[in-house]
Design a protein around this ligand. Structure first.
Ligand SMILES: [Zn+2]
Length: 216
């Protein structure tokens, strides 16, 4: 696995070459790249993943089992959490409520930012207090957990409704539903991530992937 992500460059033709590390020779024409420079300089395709603990005021998403790059398939179950102003990931599962600060658990997350200064400075200031108060109620005890009706999604959606998130950002209806949360928050981000995962895995299989069309 490459931790740096996918590189893209063109050499002797407009065709894009994707790889993890720059080769010595062009995979298309065989010329030494030191001798004959690329038509366009190599760049790294931005990864759709980040460590959840580095992203405050966000919904964070990861596969319930394994990681996006190695294990995710389109029908995989996802686990979601919400971050404090300092990046602690609050999340709920069959073992109850967790407040996660370690570097590894949410290392490869899709990040959905929720707040910035445009909306509400006041909520930013109150965020941690609201989150902590919301999380400590017995609603999130392990014995209340239900895979279908009271899970990690309910925890996150419940919090967003608790702080009247939809109203704050001027969305309709004022009360966020599970369907709206999935179609407007989760799916656009996981669809983008899935495109990157496809490309990443193809490069992993073939070392050099040659494609007419660009990634973006
Ligand atoms: Zn070439």
């Amino acid at each position: 696995m490459s931790s740096l992500g996918v590189l893209c460059f063109n050499h002797c033709s407009p065709v894009n070459i994707f790889c993890f590390e720059m080769p010595d020779n062009c995979p298309l024409c065989g010329t030494l790249l030191d001798v004959s420079p690329c038509q366009s300089p190599p760049f790294r395709i931005p990864s759709p993943f980040a460590n959840g603990i580095t992203k405050p005021y966000s919904v964070v998403v990861k596969p319930t089992e394994g990681t996006f790059l190695q294990h995710y398939e389109r029908n995989s179950n996802l686990h979601v959490g919400i971050t404090s102003s300092k990046g602690a990931v609050y999340n709920y599962d069959e073992y109850g409520l967790h407040k996660v600060k370690d570097k590894h658990s949410w290392k490869q997350s899709v990040i959905i930012p929720l707040l910035d200064n445009r909306y509400d400075d006041e909520l930013m200031e109150l965020w941690d207090e609201c989150l902590q108060n919301y999380a400590v109620t017995n609603e999130w005890d392990p014995d209340k957990y239900n895979e279908e009706t009271h899970n990690c999604y309910d925890f996150v959606i419940g919090f967003l409704n608790n702080v009247q998130y939809n109203e704050l950002i001027g969305k309709d209806p004022p009360y966020l539903t599970r369907k709206q949360f999935c179609t407007e928050f989760i799916i656009p981000h996981t669809t983008k991530a899935a495109r990157y995962i496809d490309l990443y895995r193809k490069v992993q299989q073939e070392t050099f992937l040659v494609k007419e069309e660009s990634y973006c």
